[in-house]
Design a protein around this ligand. Sequence first.
Ligand code: DOR
Ligand code: ZN
Length: 433
Amino acid sequence: MRLKITGGRLLDLTDGSLAPADVLIHQTEGTILAIGRELPEADATVELSGEVLLPGFIDMHVHLREPGFEDKETIATGAKAAAAGGFTQIACMPNTNPPLHTPELVRYVRRQAMAAGAAQVLPIACITEGQSGERLTDFAGLKEAGAVALSDDGKGVQHGGLMRQAMIEAAAVGLPLCIHAEDETIAGRGVLHKGAARRLSLPDIPGEAESAMIARDILLAEQTGAHLHVCHVSVESAVALIRWAKSRGIHVTAEVTPHHLLLTEDVITSDDAVYKVNPPLRSERDRLACLEGFLDGTLDMVATDHAPHTVQEKQRSILESPFGMVGIETVFPLLYTYLVMPGKLSLVDLVKRMSTIPAHKFGLPGGVIRVGGKADVVAVDLDNERVISPDTFLSKGRNTPFAGWRAVGFPTLTVCGGKIVYNKQEASQYGTI
Ligand code: DOR
Ligand code: ZN
């Protein structure tokens, strides 16, 4: 079976130019057969109207909640939401119930994801058994089962000696360690950054809870040679430490979320848990440091930390509701509208940070549109604006701080491994959007 996508414009990642081009895909092999004008006929054709064709996005930090918290999200709903957001590969965090700490659970996630037929799901397995921070999991067995990385996300590994051992073993099997950097002895029971915490008389999470642990892990990575990937960087001192580590040639990569690039604690003026996220929304100074780090490449990639929770949970007070925001269906339009359109970032750089670079840094296929390459393609509509409305999400999560924001650049078609996994035309026809 061959699929032809016509009527789109292809972005040249070397010079940023846009040129009309069709793409011919071998659906069974999941590869791109040809790119250009006047391509041979195919078995099926999708006609676009000037949308821009980009390599499918890759998100290295998503929470799919299955097994255990299916009322928040399932692998199927999360993978479909990801496809609607233009993602063809998403890495899911292991803080499920039970946590993804055995090879069998990693295989379970892969099977469920396969059945969903949406974005490809790459499981990240636990560093420690039960994420209890006490005993390391079987890294080799987890890798063999298909884990792409290790993380105790949601919690930091508190014990430095255990983390050092984790790095030695992760380096030996060749798995990256994605760290949720949070020293609990510094974070305590904090919930917000200090300005908002003071305003609402709530306990704060100091930025040093994050940067102190990053400092420790950078030094351990230098000695062990492990690939350290720093999740959701939010604070100025963390950006500085990662910049320093990179200048020393330490194998460290880092991600930044759309909410830490676009929001600060200043938006929190009432006890509204939609803004509760860990790490918290920080100061404008921290946001600008993250943006600067993102622009200069210190922070390599965007990751959403898509963290769905139920409406009931998020209706509780900030103190009592869980941390987390959804983001997978809105990240590209938000960053396109609020960074690319005002001229802070080029479209090419945004695409690289959401596709080419995560593919490269984690050794994944995709990340570029080329003949012979994986047929992971997204078409985005750069001409029409939409208002972000959580009711239209395919995710079960509604907890976005961006409801009501206007944005341009929503995906209209996502092809993953040659299969159409999202098509806005069909979605609207059946009334799901
Ligand atoms: O805000 C967050 N939500 N931060 C985390 O580290 C965990 C995540 C979740 O699982 O909900
Ligand atoms: Zn997370």
